[in-house]
Design a protein around this ligand. Structure first.
Ligand code: CP
Length: 281
C-alpha cells in the first residue's frame, strides 16, 4: 500500500501515479492549461487550484504550511502567485520540485523557455539577433526572464521601447551592463524596430497600477499596426506572450511572421519536456 501511495510501484499503470498540483492564485489561461495538457499528454494526473479563495490561504494559512500540504498530495507543484518571492518561499517549505509560473512582477521562467524555443523555431538561430521589447517593461515579468535567458547567447542585443514610467528595471539592465551585452532604451516605436529580428510586445499590466488614472493616461500609446511595421524588416518575427488587450492590432494576425499563436502552442512541448525531466525517475 505504501508503495502505491508514494507512486513507486503500480505495475503497468506506474505513469499514472505522478500528480501535479496546479496552484494558480492569479488568473491564467495559457500557463495553467498548457501545464495541465502537458501532464495529461504524458499520461499523468493533475489536481488544480484556480483561485486563492478556494484554498485555505484565504483563511490565513501561511504559504509555508500550504506548500507542505500540497507537497504531500502531489509529486510536483506549479505555482503562480501575486507576491514576488512567493514561489521561492514555497520551494523552501516542501521537498517536492516547484515550478514558478510567475511570482508577481518578478519572473516567468517557463514563458522564457517557450519564448526562446519559439525564436529558434522561427529564426533557426539564437545568435546575433536584435530583439526589440515593447511597452510594459516594468511589470512585464516575461520580458525580464527573456532578457536573462537570451542574454546568454552570442551577439544578442536589445532595444527596450517604453515610456519613461515603464522602463526596464535596474536588476535587468545591470545584468546586461555586467555582462557587456548591448542594449538601448527609446520611446520611439518606429526607430526602435528598424533593425529588429524579433519584436516582442507585452500587455500594459492594468492590475499592477495603484493609480488607475496613470493606466488610463498611458494605455493605447504603443499599438503595433501594419503601418508601424513598415519601419521594420518584412520578415521580422512578431511575438507576444498573450493575453493581448489592444497592443497588437488584429490586422497583424494574418502576417506569416506573426508568431504569437504558434508561441502559445509551443508551451505544450516545452512544459512536457520540463515535467519529464523533473518527474521521470
Ligand atoms: N503568457 C501567459 O502567461 O499567459 P497566461 O496569463 O494566460 O497564463
Amino acid at each position: 500500500m505504501e508503495d502505491i501511495l508514494s507512486g513507486k510501484k503500480d505495475g503497468s499503470n506506474i505513469l499514472k501515479w505522478k500528480i501535479m498540483a496546479s496552484l494558480f492564485y492569479e488568473p491564467s489561461t495559457r500557463t495553467r492549461l498548457s501545464f495541465e495538457t502537458a501532464m495529461k499528454r504524458l499520461g499523468w494526473e493533475v489536481i488544480t487550484v484556480a483561485n486563492e479563495w478556494n484554498t485555505s490561504l484565504s483563511k490565513w494559512e501561511t504559504l509555508e504550511d500550504n506548500a507542505k500540504i500540497n507537497g504531500i498530495y502531489s509529486d510536483i507543484l506549479v505555482m503562480r502567485h501575486p507576491e514576488i518571492g512567493s514561489v521561492e518561499r514555497t520551494a523552501k517549505a516542501t521537498n517536492k520540485p516547484v515550478i514558478n509560473a510567475w511570482d508577481g512582477s518578478n519572473q516567468h521562467p517557463t514563458q522564457a523557455l517557450l519564448d526562446v524555443y519559439t525564436i529558434f523555431k522561427e529564426r533557426w538561430t539564437l545568435e546575433n539577433l536584435q530583439i526589440s521589447i515593447v511597452w510594459d517593461l516594468k511589470y512585464g515579468r516575461t520580458t525580464h526572464s527573456l532578457v536573462f535567458l537570451m542574454g546568454l547567447y552570442k551577439g544578442v542585443s536589445f532595444k527596450f521601447i517604453s515610456p519613461e514610467e515603464l522602463k526596464m528595471p535596474e536588476k535587468v539592465t545591470s545584468f546586461l551592463k555586467e555582462n557587456n551585452i548591448h542594449f538601448e532604451e527609446t520611446i520611439n516605436y518606429k526607430t526602435g524596430i528598424t533593425n529588429s529580428d524579433v519584436i516582442y510586445v507585452t500587455r500594459l499590466q492594468k492590475e499592477r497600477f495603484s493609480d488607475i488614472s496613470e493606466y488610463e493616461r498611458l494605455k493605447n500609446n504603443f499599438i503595433l499596426t501594419k503601418d508601424v511595421l513598415n519601419s521594420a524588416h518584412i520578415d521580422v518575427t512578431i511575438m507576444h506572450p498573450l493575453p493581448r488587450v489592444n497592443e497588437v492590432s488584429p490586422e497583424v494576425d494574418t502576417l506569416p511572421n506573426a508568431a504569437f499563436f504558434r508561441q502559445a502552442e509551443n508551451g505544450i512541448p516545452i512544459r512536457m519536456a520540463l515535467l519529464s525531466i523533473l518527474l521521470w525517475k
